[in-house]
Design a protein around this ligand. Sequence first.
Ligand SMILES: Nc1ncnc2c1ncn2[C@@H]1O[C@H](COP(=O)(O)OP(=O)(O)O)[C@@H](O)[C@H]1O
Ligand SMILES: [Mg+2]
Length: 256
Amino acid sequence: MEDILVVEGLTKTFGGLAAVKEVSFRVRPNVIKAIIGPNGAGKTTLFDLLTGLYRADRGRAIFQGKEILGLQPHRIAALGIARTFQTVRVFPEMTVRENVMVGLHHRARAGMFASALRFPRARREEAWMWEESLAYLDMVGLEMQAENRAGSLPFGQQRLLEVARALATAPRLLLLDEPAAGLNDYETRELGEIIKRIRDGGVTVLLVEHDMALVMSISEEVLVLDHGEVISEGTPEEVRNDPRVIEAYLGTEIGA
Ligand SMILES: Nc1ncnc2c1ncn2[C@@H]1O[C@H](COP(=O)(O)OP(=O)(O)O)[C@@H](O)[C@H]1O
Ligand SMILES: [Mg+2]
């Protein structure tokens, strides 16, 4: 099958510092591909470039055959790329369900005016959104919390809520930025199962993550960045044994 994402020579500098430097890689559809690397390696910046938050200095990013660099974030989202952020960004005063509906709204066809006037189509759409939002909450195990205030959820569940909201935009490619950060061992294992289920449901996953046990257990492929550059790429086993990777992680344990 054709690669879902092809990145070539992607480069972004911040005042002379190359945060992402000539990065090239490919992503096959329906895999979990991890992106790892020490702090400051350029992982988040890479996601920011792929989602249109930053403009690349040069390079290409072809998603499902279409160049996405230079497009506005909402255009890229509409093409089928969703993400979560390293720091949780749920709307704390809204309910859990309403947070997911924010993701769904990007897909709903009736405009705000129609909803306000309760046109029949808008009402149908509301019922549809109700059902859909529950389905996405079910995928991350939060359906019982649907009517709770998002801000009242424990931290780990707020992260899962963000995943559900991203899924509600019906992406083909999901970018997860350190989803296991701050989760305990049990929550991390649960998260791993959820990410695998997402992949099995036909969504390709790019996973930025520091938890090597999680990365090594669920990823088909691993890309390693250091100082903005790709230093290794391969299966978890290949990458784990790559001397360049071991050097970059010197003093830290890989796959512990
Ligand atoms: N908006 C910005 N302005 C200046 N420097 C930035 C900005 N964003 C990231 N950087 C720098 O780019 C490098 C890569 O950062 P980042 O992509 O956040 O790394 P990672 O996510 O791998 O920890 C770091 O040196 C960081 O300080
Ligand atoms: Mg980061």
